[in-house]
Design a protein around this ligand. Structure first.
Ligand code: CA
Length: 225
């Protein structure tokens, strides 16, 4: 899952980025309105959710939100706002935002709201299964035969991406877009390292791997396993 934060206050942006990365999200940050809109509309990067500050240099959050919706993009948007009257909140939602949260906010509350919007988007699937592996989005856990498997955040994000796309070939370029942030330099060997680590933790010795290599293209998990 890849998120975009548009926020000019460096300390808030850093706090959000670190917290969300710890939760396994790939996170890009734009520190002004123009850059934020450019990233949001850029066809290459497809964000799963955008956190949008209201007061920004360049373009403000309202203008950005309107422009995104004018392009028919349905990406969920949460406004981060210091404004605290009801009218402002209604105005924010009328521009096409899905939710808003007032500063100062607790990270836990923001995270809960992010998960609600992502869940709606993904048809409320909370638990994914493949063979003896079970991944629970809400509890942020992975089990094999009912026993907990300890994964790093990136390993978790990678497995989640494969499971959400079960039966489909996940191309390496798409994997990078969804699991790593914009500063990641394309590097096949890094993906290989993570795939190997995942296989070691998830596979049974002597049995075919859960994650199948599709030569020259990417990876997939079969629908029937
Ligand atoms: Ca601001």
């Amino acid at each position: 899952m890849r998120l975009l934060i548009v926020e000019d206050e460096t300390s808030i942006a850093k706090f959000l980025r670190e917290g969300l990365e710890e939760e396994g999200f790939a996170v890009d940050v734009a520190d002004n309105g123009k850059k934020g809109l450019q990233l949001a509309l850029d066809g290459i990067e497809e964000y799963d959710l955008i956190l949008l500050d209201w007061m920004l240099p360049g373009l403000n959050g309202i203008e950005i939100c309107r422009s995104i919706r004018l392009e028919n993009k349905t990406v969920p948007i949460i406004f981060l706002t210091a404004k605290d009257t009801v009218d402002d909140a209604v105005f924010g939602l009328e521009t096409g935002a899905n939710d808003f949260i007032r500063k100062p906010f607790s990270f836990e509350e923001l995270l809960a709201r992010i998960r609600v919007l992502l869940r709606t988007k993904e048809n409320e699937v909370i638990v994914f299964r493949a063979g003896k592996i079970e991944l629970n989005i809400e509890k942020h856990t992975v089990t094999k035969n009912g026993k907990t498997v300890e994964l790093t955040q990136k390993e978790f994000a990678l497995l989640e991406y494969f499971l959400r796309n079960k039966g489909k070939v996940c191309r390496r370029t798409r994997i990078i877009e969804k699991v790593w942030d914009i500063h990641f330099e394309y590097n096949n060997s890094v993906i290989d390292v993570y795939i190997n680590a995942l296989r070691k933790k998830l596979d049974e010795p002597g049995m075919p791997s859960l994650i199948i290599t599709v030569r020259g293209v990417g990876y997939k998990i079969e629908t029937e396993v």
